[in-house]
Design a binder for this molecule. Structure first.
Ligand code: DHK
Length: 156
């Protein structure tokens, strides 16, 4: 399912993504998270989507934001950082989004071209789509996806 019209999208970034622009710029680029989030909010305005951005280094906080998104009927764009490869609990929370508004998993780097332990994601199998390796543009593409899906699914 997961083809419902959404008015809002929650952009969640997990551990260490507050260090964007500083941490391993050769892998994650030079753009800061504040810049990425500002860009997404602006883009949301032109796409008629309310965008709320949250970053946390804590698994429980991310899970609570997922619950909040579920209660609001919001779609989710998530870069779970290292929790991608470890967190059954985050997957369990996101299963509710998968059954509702849907979520897209984003990775800035091409995780498949990196260490073996980054090749497995606990989330990908229940994500509506996965974007990896396109830098921070991946977030914008995911947002565009939800706008296009709105147009395709339910003209209002
Ligand atoms: C970000 C991280 O922090 C890593 O733990 C993931 C992901 C990859 C990214 O490419 O955005 O393995």
């Amino acid at each position: 399912m997961a083809q419902q019209h959404v008015d809002s999208v929650v952009v969640l970034n997990g551990p260490n993504l507050n260090r964007l622009g500083k941490r391993q710029p050769e892998v994650y680029g030079a753009t800061t998270l504040a810049d990425v989030e500002a860009r997404l909010r602006r883009r949301g305005q032109t796409l008629n989507l309310t965008v709320r951005c949250v970053q946390s280094n804590h698994e429980g906080e991310l899970i609570e934001e997922v619950h909040r998104a579920a209660d609001e009927g919001a779609a989710v764009i998530i870069n779970p950082g290292g929790f991608t490869h470890t967190s059954v609990a985050l997957r369990d929370a996101l299963a509710e989004i998968a059954d509702g508004a849907g979520f897209v998993e984003v990775h800035i780097s091409n995780v498949h071209a990196r260490e073996q332990f980054r090749h497995h994601s606990y989330l990908s199998a229940i994500a509506e789509g996965v974007i990896a390796g396109l830098g921070v543009t991946g977030y914008e593409l995911a947002l565009q996806y939800f706008a296009d899906r709105n147009t395709a699914s339910s003209p209002r």
